[in-house]
Design a binder for this molecule. Structure first.
Ligand code: MSP
Length: 499
């Protein structure tokens, strides 16, 4: 089964921040989870390098846009391995190959009669690279997202006949209630469509930093339409039909709410329909990470939390765990260094880290480091089977913090199991050695199974622990009926307590 998952592609007018890291991490969790389930996964991320925000920043710095794009794209690219992101490809919209593909798709939209030339006038935010409609504009003609003053723009553009897709989009939404998740975002997109669609501009005449319109080279494409096409270019649309057929339409986009919802759930499907390409399967919409002051973290608001600092002190797994656990997926959530430390100590160092150390210690002490090859506890096994089912179901709806809650409940369950069975007490009585073997087998196997379930969230530390449990390599997800008989090793604390 094919599973194609994408992040949005990031603007390169600045360095990556925690919001970008969050999107890459959450998408990576889903990609890794589907790989574990034996699916063929293609995971795409990349950078959006054209348009006004980039041209303006480059001008302000007195450099060419390409130079700015190269410099910042390199930072996004470097961030991926630092966050343990398992992307299969990194697309840059300044790639020549992408240009050609964009021109092909949009030429098709033009040939199919969905474009025309017209005059556009409206309030424009250069940071969003988007015109704003009257009812979303803040007092003083300011952008609802960036809070900066909008400019009045009037120019001759190529238009896309979005209005021609009113009925087909309504049909799409009524036939596929799971097209956009969570439901609150589905409703938001749906009501945007229901309020009546107007045609939108497809090109810009005054901008030069973009992809040329093939039928009118004095224009470049409006950056959004060109950028959205990254999802088709990256899997071979127009260059490799077989490859394209493998991955399309098994597409799951993972995008943020509010600011880019309508582009992905209204404009993008309409554009695909106009080019006779099937629409994606799902669009998952995550929330904003907010600073402690409750506002969106963004460069222009000056309240950015630097992911590089967190990474340096605690490593990627701790950051991944914190973001997935703290922010309920799909909703906005505040993050802070204090909140991070509290969760790190309570959950990673104490609950999970201690479970791992205790289990490895007891195996060393009472069983010569070997996982006894005896039957594991049937009740715990059954509980784990139910948990896996529930977590899979939740992850199918991209409910990744709810799934992590379930898995974490099992970490706690195993800690309770240790307290209830008190292996150290059993070990003092010689005639209870069989019982001790059963408890150790159950603990080792339980820890192994829950660690496999945690792997998508914390790939680095879980791999270390699986090695130590003698269970590295191919990860079996089910809780085995018998202990593995494998040799184990002692390791340093997985998550040392923060100082
Ligand atoms: N380039 C466009 C997307 C084009 S997709 C064809 C864009 N770029 S962006 O750099 O502004 O944002 C990239 C992604 O990061 C978007 O999904 C955006 O919403 C997300 N985030 C930006 N700030 C964020 C937070 N504070 N919190 C969570 N996600 C954040 O939009």
């Amino acid at each position: 089964m094919s599973f194609y998952i994408t992040t949005a592609i990031s603007y390169v007018n600045g360095a990556p921040h925690l919001g970008h890291a969050y999107e890459a991490i959450t998408t990576d969790v889903l990609a890794r989870h589907h790989r574990q389930r034996g699916e063929d996964v293609f995971f795409l991320t990349g950078t959006d390098e054209h348009g006004e925000p980039i041209a303006d920043t480059a001008r302000a710095e007195g450099i060419e846009p390409q130079e700015l794009a190269d410099r910042n794209a390199a930072r996004f690219l470097a961030l991926m391995p630092q966050l343990e992101i398992s992307n299969d490809f990194f697309i840059r919209t300044t790639d020549r190959e992408h240009h050609r593909r964009v021109q092909e798709v949009l030429q098709r939209v033009h040939d199919n009669g969905y474009t025309y030339k017209g005059l556009y006038e409206g309030w424009y935010c250069p940071r969003c690279a988007d015109f704003k409609v009257e009812n979303e504009i803040l007092d003083g003609n300011r952008c609802p997202i960036h809070e900066i003053e909008l400019t009045r723009e009037r120019e001759e553009n190529w238009f896309f006949r979005l209005s021609a897709f009113q009925e087909r989009l309504e049909l799409l939404f009524s036939e596929r209630p799971d097209f956009v998740m969570p439901a609150v975002r589905y409703n938001e997109a749906h009501s945007f469509i229901a309020s009546g669609l107007e045609d939108i501009s497809l090109s810009r005449a005054r901008m030069h930093w973009g992809v040329e319109v093939p039928w009118d080279p004095s224009h470049v494409f409006y950056v959004w339409f060109e950028a959205l096409m990254n999802y088709t270019s990256a899997v071979g649309y127009g260059s490799d039909p077989e490859r394209f057929a493998d991955w399309w339409p098994a597409v799951h986009h993972l995008v943020i709410g509010k600011d880019i919802l309508k582009f992905h759930t209204v404009f993008w499907p309409a554009m695909l329909m106009a080019a006779e390409i099937e629409v994606p399967r799902h669009v998952f919409v995550h929330g904003f990470l907010l600073a402690a002051d409750g506002r969106k973290m963004s460069k222009s608001l000056g309240n950015v939390l630097d992911p590089f600092e967190v990474l340096e002190r605690y490593g990627p797994d701790a950051l991944r765990h914190y973001l997935c656990r703290e922010v309920s997926f799909g909703q906005d959530g505040a993050v802070s260094p204090d909140g991070f430390e509290a969760r790190y100590d309570a959950e990673l160092a104490n609950e999970y880290g201690n479970l791992a150390s205790r289990t490895l210690n007891m195996l060393a002490r009472y069983s010569d480091g070997v996982v006894p090859a005896v039957e594991t506890d049937a009740a715990l096994r059954a509980e784990f089977a139910t948990l896996l089912e529930r977590a899979d179901e939740l992850l199918d709806r991209a409910e990744l913090s709810a799934a992590l809650d379930e898995i974490w409940g099992y970490v706690r369950r195993l800690n309770r199991y240790v307290e209830e069975t008190a292996p150290w007490a059993i070990a003092r009585e010689e005639d209870r050695s069989e019982e001790l073997a059963g408890v150790l087998a159950t603990l080792a196997e339980g820890l192994r199974a829950v660690t496999v379930a945690l792997e998508p969230y914390m790939p680095g530390r879980t791999a270390l622990l699986l090695e130590a449990l003698g269970a590295g390599g191919a990860a079996e997800r089910a809780f085995a009926p018998r202990g593995s008989g494998a040799g184990t090793t002692q390791i340093a604390p997985l998550f040392p307590k923060s100082a």
